[in-house]
Design a protein around this ligand. Structure first.
Ligand SMILES: C=C(O[C@H]1C=CC=C(C(=O)O)[C@@H]1O)C(=O)O
Length: 416
């Protein structure tokens, strides 16, 4: 399925203007259809839909990449900033699996960006006219949500523990090494949620994560699938998790035990290997640190590795994300077997959870995270997701507790 508002004969006209500091990016968003990719105050936000591309199936990344290349190939661009994220920008959110689920790239009609002490406004017109200037609209303050009620999603906690136990049985029997299993939780509000409320809370509470909002998928992910910026490719791989207790001294001891835990180190190694192998064909050199560091988030701590490579390929950031997806952090090892096990025993439509989410500019540079610690929003109903990497030593009750900890950011963000 392809839906685009672009008149066939008109090239898009794009104008990027440098502006003085307009204030926090997330506070510039109107309530209607906010798009965002923000970390520590920097990033891009957008609104309005100049054009969009919707697609389904195994070809979703290639089809979306081709559409974007075609759009920017004929665009008339006046960009006085020339940084990654200036000029035309599309926000995207992709389904985890080939079926079911739809994926989209959305081209806002206004984008505001901030990076390294510079701010810019990009306006886009697809009707062949000169786009409007850099004046930003006055917007209302984010609306506090009414009390949200929670209910089990596809499975109760006990049912999910049984699914995890089945995965451990298969791993122990030698069918595979690791599989990531997910669960969902339903949140219902009496009225549609103003997405700017949870977005602002996520960004304040989890400044080291990438807070995103794309086409009804919102969240704050700690995991960067890939960033491509002028020939430099980077990726933050996470796997191996421990819950925080709230007691700093105890948490430091837990972090030290995480860094020594053979179960977590083994799980982490799978994930790093899968990312390094997928990036290798695109990179002329790559730096893969030998051991991970511990990433401290307010709710959990993760083993983390930052990979960096130099690319001379013209593959866009989206094409790189496609090559990396699904990494062992959301699929498992070996990937094909893990995906079959997920399809067979998970009993959940992941939709866009754990799929790539992010943005791309006209040069193909961009950032794609993995849609974790996230929710799919339709009006007043949300599906919250969390998943856990299961290996031979996994204990179902501990994995359930870990999934509960991973749901905390979204639950907190929805509280009034
Ligand atoms: C699948 C999720 O987390 C992944 C990312 C980091 C650590 C993970 C873990 O330790 O299990 C998961 O692989 C999720 O948060 O939904």
């Amino acid at each position: 399925m392809v839906v685009t508002t672009l008149p066939a004969s008109a090239p898009m006209v794009v104008r990027t203007t440098e502006v003085p500091d307009p204030g926090p990016l997330l506070e510039l968003l109107p309530e209607d259809f906010p798009m965002a990719w923000v970390r520590q105050g920097e990033g891009v936000v957008g609104w309005g839909q100049a054009a969009r591309f919707d697609t389904i199936g195994a070809n979703r990344f290639v089809a979306a990449d081709r559409w974007w290349r075609r759009m920017v190939g004929t665009a008339v661009v006046r960009d006085e900033v020339r940084l990654p994220g200036s000029g035309p920008v599309a926000f995207g959110s992709f389904a985890f699996d080939d079926v079911p689920g739809s994926s989209s790239l959305v081209l806002p009609d206004t984008v505001v960006g901030h990076r390294s002490g510079r701010w810019w406004v990009t306006t886009i017109d697809v009707t062949g006219n000169l786009p409007g200037g850099a004046a930003l609209p006055d917007v209302s303050r984010a609306r506090r949500p009414a009390a949200v009620a929670y209910a089990d999603g596809a499975h109760s906690g006990t049912e999910w523990e049984a699914i995890v136990a089945e995965a451990v049985r298969r791993i122990t029997a030698g069918e595979l090494e690791k599989v990531v299993l997910a669960r969902d939780l339903i949140a219902e509000s009496p009225e549609p949620i103003d997405l700017r409320w949870p977005l602002q809370r996520l960004s304040d509470g989890y400044p080291h994560c990438w807070t995103f909002s794309v086409d009804g998928m919102i969240g704050a992910t700690p995991e960067l699938l890939v960033r491509r910026e002028r020939g430099l490719v980077t990726s933050r791989v996470l796997a191996g998790t421990i819950r925080r207790t709230g007691d700093d001294e105890h948490d430091l001891a837990l972090a030290a035990s995480l860094a020594r835990s053979s179960k977590d180190l083994e799980e982490h190694e799978y994930a790093v290997r899968s990312v390094a192998d997928a990036l290798a064909p695109f990179c002329s050199s790559m730096n893969v640190p030998e051991s991970p560091f511990v990433l401290h988030l307010p709710n959990v701590m993760h083993l983390a590795t930052d990979l960096a490579g130099v690319t001379d390929s013209d593959a866009s950031s989206l094409a790189l994300a496609a090559a990396l997806h699904p990494s062992a952090a959301v699929g498992g090892t070996p990937t094909a077997v893990a995906l079959d096990v997920i399809r067979e025993i998970e009993g959940l439509d992941r939709a866009r959870y754990a799929g790539p989410v992010g943005w791309m500019d006209g040069r193909g540079d961009g950032e794609w995270g993995i849609a974790l610690r996230s929710a799919e929003v339709s009006g007043s109903r949300l599906r919250l997701f969390a998943g856990c990497g299961i290996v031979a030593g996994s204990d179902p009750a501990a994995e359930l507790a870990e999934s509960v900890a991973k749901l905390v950011p979204m639950r907190d963000a929805l509280s009034s």
